[in-house]
Design a binder for this molecule. Sequence first.
Ligand code: SF4
Ligand code: SF4
Length: 204
Amino acid sequence: MADEQKGQSNQSEGKGLREQFWDPIAGFGVTFRTMFKKVVTEQYPFEKMPTAPRFHGRHQLNRWPDGLEKCIGCELCAWACPADAIYVEGASNTDGPDGERFSPGERYGRVYQINYLRCILCGLCIEACPTRALTMTNEYELADNNRADLIYEKSDLLAPLLPGMEQPPHPMLLGDDEGAYYRGDYMDVSSHLLEPEAHEGSGH
Ligand code: SF4
Ligand code: SF4
């Protein structure tokens, strides 16, 4: 019995010594092996990696090639949003000497807000939009140090004015009639204007 106990104690001593010397070597072995592998660390924010082309980033409200807004204030995007992150208030365009037109058609989005504290960037809103006014860009830097600044207003979301565009309000400037405006018939003769979709954010 005593011999048996002695044998067990020698065995555990041997195991203890082995663990004491071998385990650190085994542990550092992982470190040494990894030292010679290709580094996968991204140096963000100093180097930004490109996203996938159809990445769902910050939204953009697009314009027609004369600068009018594509949003007609229909609120379909807000109804489609599962996170209740969009708030839209539509208003009527008016023509005439004192009229103000922000979009072709009857109505425009007078107030447009997206709350990025709620948005999960799922893209359901851009699927619901009937005019392709709303698309998503590849911009993913949506952090801030206060909550209020993460509620983006229409002015934050509108696409910038490109050459050939005028800041609304103004009448529909392109095409001979509404049909020609929407079909983009003027594109054949106005080579200085961009394709209707060329300035839109990526996404769908
Ligand atoms: S991306 Fe999704 S969560 Fe964000 S506003 Fe659109 S529908 Fe709502
Ligand atoms: S973005 Fe599209 S869906 Fe949303 S209110 Fe404007 S037109 Fe309607």
